[in-house]
Design a protein around this ligand. Structure first.
Ligand code: HEM
Length: 270
């Protein structure tokens, strides 16, 4: 847990318990109040043993610069898209069979027979496009607002890796329905990877799980798609958000820096 240099910001009034007005109620405690009280006791019990609330307040209740606008929500929107992909992906994995002989049939089953299957598959399919679009928009926002400059270079680098991993998710997921379109499109994609300098041929061998496109290729793509890359993305999002909370967000470039009173005094003295 991060060590707090300064006292945690105060809890906003909306979250603070309201004292009862004198004379209200007849002394009896309502079941709803008892339930709320029980919830508070549970949270208090955990907090007393972990001090998690300090860290949560450090993360959630932050001051944001003047001029913060809707463009600053694109990072959280990308995060939401990732979480939605994770949840829908878990349900798809309950029915999907990553074998060359059964993959197509299992996807047909999800679409036509499983309860809400078409809906969940549709969310996952469209969600992947949404996440790719959002990650590019978020990157454009941080670029045009100059948020990649000191001291946020490391967060930009983590972001670039997140961008590559998001594209890898979209690429590896495309093969999984294992129909004609996904099969041939993936062959093209893997061949394009193979033309990269130095590591290109090794990369395409790794993706194909050998020199030829075969039955193992599908398992390779599936494990990259549902284990390797989501794990990396989750860990890197953690690091990304830690840095956002630690460094704060950048003010929009058109907001002028606040005058430093010490510098003003110095100017007056000279
Ligand atoms: C899975 C992908 C990503 C997620 C979930 C994510 C999430 C976030 C969130 C929630 C914030 C804080 C709010 C905001 O400024 O929007 C943020 C800030 C930031 N992100 Fe990302 N991000 C992702 C990818 C990227 C990429 C691809 C880049 C750039 C290459 C990037 C660079 C940055 C930078 C530099 C900041 C600091 C912004 C500032 O100081 O104003 N992020 N990110």
């Amino acid at each position: 847990m991060p060590r707090l240099k300064f006292p945690a910001p105060p809890i906003p009034p909306a979250f603070q318990p309201k004292p009862k007005r004198p004379g209200t109620g007849n002394g009896k405690v309502k079941p709803a109040d008892q339930a709320a009280e029980a919830g508070i006791h549970v949270v208090d019990w955990i907090d007393e043993r972990t001090s998690l609330s300090g860290g949560l307040r450090w993360l959630m209740f932050r001051k944001v610069p003047r001029g913060t606008n809707w463009f600053y929500t694109l990072g959280s929107a990308t995060l939401f898209a990732f979480l939605s992909q994770a949840v829908t992906g878990v349900f798809l994995a309950m029915f999907y069979d990553p074998s060359a002989t059964h993959a197509y049939e299992s996807v047909r089953y999800i679409t036509n027979e499983a309860f809400l299957g078409q809906f969940v598959r549709g969310m996952h399919r469209w969600g992947s496009t949404v996440m790719v679009i959002l990650v590019f928009l978020h990157m454009a926002r941080t670029f045009f607002f100059g948020a990649y400059k000191y001291p946020r270079e490391l967060n930009w680098v983590i972001g670039v890796v997140l961008l590559i991993l998001t594209m890898t998710m979209a690429f590896t997921g495309y093969l999984l329905p294992f129909d004609q379109r996904s099969y041939w499109a993936t062959i093209v994609g893997v061949n394009i990877n193979g033309t990269g300098p130095l590591i290109g041929p090794y990369l395409s061998d790794f993706l194909r799980a050998g020199p030829e496109f075969g039955a193992l290729t599908l398992s390779r793509f599936y494990s990259i798609h549902m284990l390797l890359v989501p794990g990396l993305i989750a860990a890197l999002i953690g690091a990304h958000l830690y840095l956002v909370a630690k460094l704060g967000t950048t003010a929009p470039p058109w907001i002028e820096a606040e005058e430093d009173p010490a510098a003003e005094l110095h100017k007056a003295e000279v």
